[in-house]
Design a protein around this ligand. Structure first.
Ligand SMILES: [Zn+2]
Length: 489
């Protein structure tokens, strides 16, 4: 597979550190608000990457953090902690805020068919790992103390700025940009960032004791600590949105490499933004949408998934409801074709009907190969999708003329299911739904009750039982739970 690597600024063939294995880390959500479609694009992109690597026979270990402390409103070292801010506004405790939005986030990624990471790690449960790194950085002389916390001296890390394609001086100048820039008092360079923040005397929640004094970790140290904890000091791929390039990921690199003395990450993969009606998403424009907002207008999560992957991950995509409606129509039309194909497989036709056309099958396989070639070329989904559309178009044309035999339908089915192992769009939904047994219905009902009474641990374990024992995925929709079978064919 070829990938564009932000740090080298070019495409190169992906080579894993360990043969056949990939360690991959994605910056997770800051759980202080409901994730919007711009946030969700990043997880869809990393999901496509992961699914492609799995299809290429790699065994992928995927780790994601949950930021439930330390992320300040300004992304850098200025402002209030985002969680504490929501807690103040909603009169919930920071922990209640975190658990509430974390469960909403996990629900969203399931609804989007995003494969759950192998490790989902909360920042608040990895304070000792963060402090271990902070203490080591301190003893190596990388940190200095101010009234507000322990800061990393970025001038001591020679390649600081490389990810953003700038030298240390230029990056500092560009951040200053002539304007007055707010920065914490006592810091030496504008790019310096807090590894540990000291709490105020009246703060009692989300604070931990440390050698530096009572406080809480900086946002960046959490990703370094969690990624290295589960993937080792040097791992293959780190993903995230382009907004993380100038500050967050730069800081992750500086502190991780200063700590370990090794290269931190081989491939940096960044996805672009989503704009809404050509404008940046912002609260003041009221153009921030969640999956629930889309559902209110009749769109399913997978309609949005299709929309999100129809643009290249390194291009800004412009979200409009017309565009989303087009995605929905396209998806419906693909599914209506696959459902016709599936009824051919269900029917008991004569020998003649069973015969197929080897030429057609050969063409379909050619399109299939082109699809995977495009996906493996830096996730070239817009091109890959044209090959899927060729398959659907030609199948539809032949269906219309009654020219699809059983082996033709089988060939297309296998191809669509394989393609969908990357796209995750439920393209092959059989007409005859499998029978939902009494046991399954009972479990679904018990799960609903657990959810209604906010016993999320119970509802989660029932969800896992449904998946592992019955091969059933429950999707929570506005009309109640919907049941899907895994590997339907
Ligand atoms: Zn991160």
């Amino acid at each position: 597979m070829k990938l564009f690597n932000t740090i080298t600024r070019r495409e190169s063939v992906f080579r894993p550190i360990r043969k056949g294995k990939v360690g991959m880390y994605s910056c997770g959500p800051t759980v202080y608000a409901h994730a919007h479609i711009g946030n969700l694009r990043a997880y869809i992109v990393s999901d496509i990457l992961k699914r492609t690597l799995i299809h290429d026979s790699y065994s992928v270990k995927h780790v994601m953090n949950i930021t439930d402390v330390g992320h300040l409103v300004g992304d850098g070292s200025i402002g209030e902690d985002k969680l504490k801010m929501t807690a103040r506004l909603t009169r919930m405790s920071p922990n209640e805020v975190a658990r509430h939005f974390e469960s909403l986030f996990l629900k969203d990624i399931r609804a989007l068919n995003i494969l759950e990471p192998d490790v989902v790690a909360r920042a608040t449960e990895h304070i000792p790992q963060m402090l271990k790194i902070a203490y080591a950085l301190d003893s190596k002389g990388y940190l200095y103390k101010t009234d507000t916390g322990m800061y990393f001296d970025t001038s001591k890390f020679p390649s600081y700025g490389k990810l953003a394609g700038m030298g240390f001086k230029r990056l500092n100048m560009s951040l200053i940009g002539g304007a007055r820039v707010e920065r914490p008092e006592g810091t030496k360079n504008i790019t310096d960032f807090a590894v540990w923040r000291l709490s105020k005397p009246d703060e009692s929640e989300m604070v931990w004791p440390s050698r530096f004094g009572r406080g809480f970790p900086g946002w960046h140290i959490e990703c370094s600590a969690i990624s290295m904890e589960y993937l080792g000091r040097h791992f293959d791929i780190h993903t995230g949105g382009v907004d993380h390039i100038p500050i967050h990921h730069q800081n992750e690199i500086a502190q991780s490499e200063s700590y370990s003395g090794e290269k931190f990450v081989n491939y940096w993969v960044h996805n672009e933004f989503i704009k809404v009606n050509g404008r940046k998403m912002s609260k003041s424009l009221r153009n921030i949408y969640t999956l629930d907002d889309l559902a209110e207008r009749g769109f399913a999560p997978l309609d949005f998934r299709y929309f999100a992957i129809s643009g290249h991950y390194r291009s800004i995509i412009n979200f409009t409801f017309e565009g989303l409606a087009n995605s929905k129509n396209t998806l419906d039309s693909i599914r209506s074709t696959t459902s016709k194909l599936s009824s051919i497989l269900d029917s008991k036709g004569s020998e003649a009907e069973r015969r197929g056309d080897p030429e057609f099958q050969k063409n379909m396989l050619k399109e299939r190969n082109e699809f995977f070639k495009a996906v493996n070329n830096d996730m070239g989904l817009p091109e890959a999708l044209t090959h899927l559309h060729s398959i659907i178009k030609e199948s539809r044309r032949r269906l219309g003329r009654g020219e699809i035999g059983r082996t033709d339908a089988e060939t297309v089915r296998d191809i669509i299911i394989e393609i969908d192992s990357i796209l995750g769009l439920e393209l092959w939904r059989p007409k005859a739904e499998r029978e939902v047994s009494k046991e399954i219905m009972e479990l679904v009902e018990r799960r609903e009750q657990a959810r209604a009474t906010k016993r999320f641990k119970d509802s989660d374990s029932i969800r896992i039982e449904l998946r592992d024992r019955y091969g059933v995925i429950v999707e929570d929709t506005n009309n109640g739970p919907e049941i899907h079978f895994i590997n339907e064919d």
